[in-house]
Design a binder for this molecule. Sequence first.
Ligand SMILES: NC(=O)c1ccc[n+]([C@@H]2O[C@H](COP(=O)([O-])OP(=O)(O)OC[C@H]3O[C@@H](n4cnc5c(N)ncnc54)[C@H](O)[C@@H]3O)[C@@H](O)[C@H]2O)c1
Length: 320
Amino acid sequence: MADHRRALVTGGAGFIGSHLVDTLLDRGFRVTVLDNLNTGLRCNVAEAADFVEGDVRNPDDIARAFKQTPDIVCHLAGQASIRLAWANPGADLNVNVVGTLNILSAVKEHQTPRLLYASSMMVYGNPDVLPTPETAPALPVAHYGVTKFAAERYVALAAEDPEHPVAVTSFRMFNVFGPRQSLDNPYQGVLAIFLGHALRGEKITIHSDGEQSRDFVFVDDICRAWADAIDSPATFGRVFNLGSGRATTVNQLCDAVLRQFGLDRSTFEVNTAPAQLGDIRRSEAAIDAIAKTLAWHPEVDLEQGMATTVAWARGAGTGQ
Ligand SMILES: NC(=O)c1ccc[n+]([C@@H]2O[C@H](COP(=O)([O-])OP(=O)(O)OC[C@H]3O[C@@H](n4cnc5c(N)ncnc54)[C@H](O)[C@@H]3O)[C@@H](O)[C@H]2O)c1
């Protein structure tokens, strides 16, 4: 049944945001996208969504996006690269923190009742406990993790405003992957970077010894959690990890990507380079909280998700 509420998805032309737009449209929401097309693509945005080209750093652009008053704001617009944040912390701060504060001002002004925010596992830094629960200390070791955590806290504080009650939920997403993740952006998404290289026949570079681990979670699973949370009061005022709950080393990832193309390291060049600034060593989500609260479990494992992503990548450019 159609849901006549409107969702505003900031960053809705990007990788995760555009899939969330599709999920929300499928569930009957009307959708507005606000995106400055910095890394996002106009062709990622479903035709049924209203598109506002604009920047979360600019309150006038946000005002245009709020013209069709949203009932829900899903805030994903952000600078998503650890390396670019390291190179230019001020720019990262402006987009991720000032941009979020601007969105919160608009939410307050328009009395928007519901806000969901795209936080990151980078808030944990190098955690002592694996799999890492939400109760672990936030000790980010990269500028990007600092700004995602600051924004997450600003979002939490917005919910405390007695004059304007807004129900907020933040998701600390781990390494999300799937179709539409950029295959040629060297700054974000290790799986897509490897995939792009394998597809183009360019050597793969592994930073550090490759034994660092990541938790890869498929984008459809992520969007289901976001959409299910919208009307779940048990998620209000809370922060949840969204990951697969499994650790994969970068070496394992590289071999799995090559397998998708019928290759291995004897037939494809893989070299190593020093670790990058801000890289974390081990990452694995504890997902008990979201499992208990939303009955959410990842449904697509790494091999399945990778096969889907490779099929998309082979025909990339179709905007599918
Ligand atoms: N991909 C992951 O594994 C992951 C993990 C944790 C958190 N996140 C967060 O999820 C969100 C989406 O990430 P993604 O992987 O889809 O990256 P993405 O780069 O594909 O998406 C970000 C989107 O935001 C837009 N954007 C950037 N700056 C903007 C600005 N100033 N104003 C308006 N729009 C702007 C971009 O054009 C892009 O469409 C980001 O906030 C990111 O920090 C991503």
